[in-house]
Design a protein around this ligand. Structure first.
Ligand SMILES: *Cc1c(COP(=O)(O)O)cnc(C)c1O
Length: 397
């Protein structure tokens, strides 16, 4: 048996691998530079160009780009009319922003449990969480795999709920052949550097509903409109605008839009590489009984954002923390996605208690995200697999 690096053995590789990172090439740099030299740094032509490009990628009718994925979720929640007294059902295995957007609107997040095999929100648990106060569901395509959209959409229709899909992980994913972004009432994307394509910071909301689109536009820009049809006191004065609701400044700059436009040209090759790496990990790990491989639903053709290594804690002599540290010593720097949102002290203070979602809590105790990004080489991938197998050999019961 190989001696683990954490006990003084040689690490599997000499340079560390992180779980995710961006890929920026010369064409990206050139696109940003050109836009910086143009007349518009914001509110210019790159914004509309990007919105149409995202409509093409997602098959959605309308798109509004914003300054972050968090802003996208916020304006989606505003457009859905979420407000004080409302309940919004979401998953605890997500980034806090998926639930925070309900709090921004004065509503109460309600956490449904995850499916123990797909790690996505479980439609059966959603059903148990629905009350007369429920206004919307925020379903997160965790790791890039689409949630069970048919089941969730029929729950929404039955109970008159708005479906907001948090697609921060899932740009490029298709559900039953249809791209994510054109299926739910509102779909929110993030373009943070660890996501599949990046604008530095950035986000977008897509929808097929014109009414929701108009609300998104207002929320992005202070609640201000220049559309005469929306005005309370329309005039012919060319400088005239009205603020008709309370919005924010969530605009994206044109040079960020230029970066994302350039990144989107590479979405297909990024997606293919991510799929290939996830397939290789699945192949290597599915034969190891101490590892649980994430279940893939046949409806989702998944562009994988995260690759989750789930160890079966009962089958190993180490804790997840020991496994994480030993992997780190081998120079594989994993990350944990995610701490259940309601465990965060802010949520704790709001009265959420441990034990609420047993599947999510069990998952949290066993998960680690392995390196997954476009520029990972085949050798890097084999190093990761080697390190995991080395640890399993050492720690298995
Ligand atoms: C990244 C992320 C967000 C927030 O996006 P930002 O662009 O970082 O604001 C929201 N939800 C999920 C699931 C994410 O992974």
């Amino acid at each position: 048996m190989e001696k683990l690096a954490i006990f003084g053995g040689d690490p599997v590789r000499s340079t560390p691998l992180t779980y995710g990172k961006q890929y920026i090439d010369d064409s990206d740099v050139q696109a940003v530079t050109e836009t910086l030299k143009s007349d518009y740094l914001t509110c210019g032509p790159k914004i509309t160009e990007l919105e149409s490009a995202l409509c093409q990628v997602t098959d959605a009718k309308y798109c509004v780009v914003v300054s972050s994925g968090t802003a996208a979720l916020h304006i989606a929640a505003m457009a859905a009319g979420i407000g004080p007294g409302d309940e919004v059902i979401t998953t605890p295995i997500t980034f806090a922003a998926s639930a925070n957007c309900a709090l921004y609107c004065g509503a109460k997040p309600v956490f449904a449990d995850i499916d123990p095999e797909t790690y996505n929100i479980d439609p059966r648990s959603i059903r148990r969480c629905i009350t007369p106060r429920t206004k919307a569901i925020i379903a997160v395509d965790f790791t890039g795999q689409a949630v069970q959209l048919d089941e969730i959409r029929s729950l929404c229709q039955k109970h008159h709920l708005t479906l907001i899909e948090d697609a921060a992980h899932s740009i490029g994913t298709r559900y039953k052949g249809q791209p994510v972004g054109s299926i739910s009432d509102l779909t929110a994307f993030s373009f943070h550097p660890v996501k599949t394509v990046t604008a530095g910071e950035g986000g977008a909301v897509t929808t097929n509903d014109e009414g929701l689109y108009k609300k998104l536009l207002l929320a992005r820009s202070h609640g201000i409109t220049r559309d005469r049809e929306q005005m309370h006191h329309p005039t012919d004065d060319p400088w005239y605008y009205e603020q008709i609701t309370l919005g924010y400044n969530y605009r994206l700059t044109d040079f960020q839009a230029a970066l994302l436009l350039s990144q989107l040209k590479k979405l297909d090759i990024f997606a293919a590489r991510r799929k290939a790496i996830a397939a290789r990990y699945n192949e290597a790990f599915s034969a190891i009984p101490q590892i649980q491989v994430q279940k893939q639903i046949p409806e989702s053709d998944t562009v994988r954002h995260l690759y989750i290594l789930r160890i079966r804690s009962g089958a190993l002599t180490c804790t997840r923390r020991e496994f994480f540290d030993a992997l780190y010593a081998e120079n594989i720097h994993s990350q944990i996605h995610y701490l259940p949102v309601y465990w965060l002290p802010y949520y704790e203070q709001l009265g959420y208690q441990k034990g609420l979602c047993p599947n999510a809590e069990a998952y949290y105790g066993e998960c680690m995200s392995l390196p997954l990004y476009y520029s990972l080489t085949d050798e890097d991938v084999e190093d990761v697999i080697h390190a995991v197998k080395k640890l399993i050999d050492h720690y298995k019961k």
